[in-house]
Design a protein around this ligand. Structure first.
Ligand SMILES: [Zn+2]
Length: 176
């Protein structure tokens, strides 16, 4: 049995997670949860580690958390939001970008060139990395993509925010 934080030689983080899961599964206290978010909320946000359900005062089971680099409305995050609303009953969409985002410190071209140089070869690449410079504008654009989409019903509330990683505060972004 594994005890304490002792890390065995050669153990990867994934191996550590498997050990932690073994411990979790003994109680499995989240067993009672259903696939439908209890607070009927879907959050689209960045994968940044500094954003979490904890910063939003949410508990596991409260909301769908859809994450990608930047917190961008893409074909795939839109797919998740539509499933969230139509199949699993969410009624509010919250889009959150944040200060000091990795995608703010680069450009589409620069990122593409940098990756190709590091990898040492050309390859089939994502059509867009969605790099951006203006944080408020980026949030506004994500809201626009959702609000104007014919499959996002008007009754679904779509609101956008910037999370300040220094202060821990959310700031709402208005309509332009
Ligand atoms: Zn980010």
């Amino acid at each position: 049995m594994l005890r304490g934080p002792a890390k065995l030689a050669g153990m990867s983080v994934i191996d550590e997670i498997l050990a932690a899961n073994e411990v979790y599964s003994r109680t499995h206290e989240l067993r009672r949860l259903t696939p439908r978010p209890e607070r009927k909320l879907a959050v689209l946000t960045c994968m940044d580690t500094r954003l979490s359900i904890r910063t939003l005062g949410l508990k596991t089971g409260d909301a769908h958390i859809i994450r990608n680099a930047g917190g961008i409305v893409t074909d795939d995050s839109l797919r998740s939001l539509l499933v969230s609303h139509y199949l699993l009953g969410t009624e509010e969409f919250m889009v959150i970008n944040h200060t000091d985002c990795g995608l703010m410190h680069t450009t589409e071209q620069d990122l593409r060139a940098r990756i190709q140089e590091r990898a040492g070869t050309a390859a089939v690449a994502p059509a867009f990395f969605y790099a951006f410079q203006d944080l408020d504008r980026n949030v506004r654009e994500q809201m626009q993509k959702l609000r104007t989409h014919p499959w996002v019903p008007k009754e679904v509330s779509v609101r956008g925010f910037v999370y300040d990683v220094s202060s821990g505060r959310l700031r709402e972004i208005g309509e332009a």
